[in-house]
Design a protein around this ligand. Structure first.
Ligand code: FES
Length: 135
């Protein structure tokens, strides 16, 4: 074995997977669709075309298992995750990361974010339960 990689060249320079999973209201993990993920994914796809970024593919994705931080998306091949809320966030990801090769640090999901979000949700649920029990 030579150790040489046989992978073909990338088909897309960047592949963006946008979670558009929907769960019933009140689900303990929430879902990205509650944050208008489909609308924002459609915006991002159209905006990428408007900006002339032909080498990026913006796909719908099922649950990416980072629901508590949603809505979320991930950019490959870098494997950089973002949490976004607005069309302005999508514009910034497209112009800074996808077109410019930089990173939108304020939106990047980092190690430990998932545990902190889950702990905050558990705390909020416990507080709501205690408030309901107190009458
Ligand atoms: S619902 Fe979007 S990551 Fe799970």
């Amino acid at each position: 074995m030579s150790g040489e990689r046989l992978d073909p060249p990338l088909y897309y320079e960047r592949h963006i997977f946008v979670c558009t999973n929907e769960r019933p209201a009140g689900h303990p993990r929430g879902c990205c669709e509650a944050g208008a993920a489909t609308k924002l994914r459609n915006y991002m796809k159209a905006r990428a075309k408007e900006l002339g970024i032909p080498s990026a593919r913006v796909n719908n994705a099922g649950c990416l298992d980072r629901c508590e931080l949603g809505p979320t998306l991930v950019v490959y091949p870098e494997g950089v995750w973002y949490g976004y809320r607005t069309t302005e966030d999508m514009d910034e990801i497209l112009t800074v990361h996808i077109a410019g090769g930089g990173r939108v640090e304020r939106l990047m999901l980092k190690p430990g974010d998932d545990d902190r979000a889950k702990a905050a949700l558990a705390e909020a649920r416990a507080a709501a339960k205690a408030a309901a029990a107190a009458g």
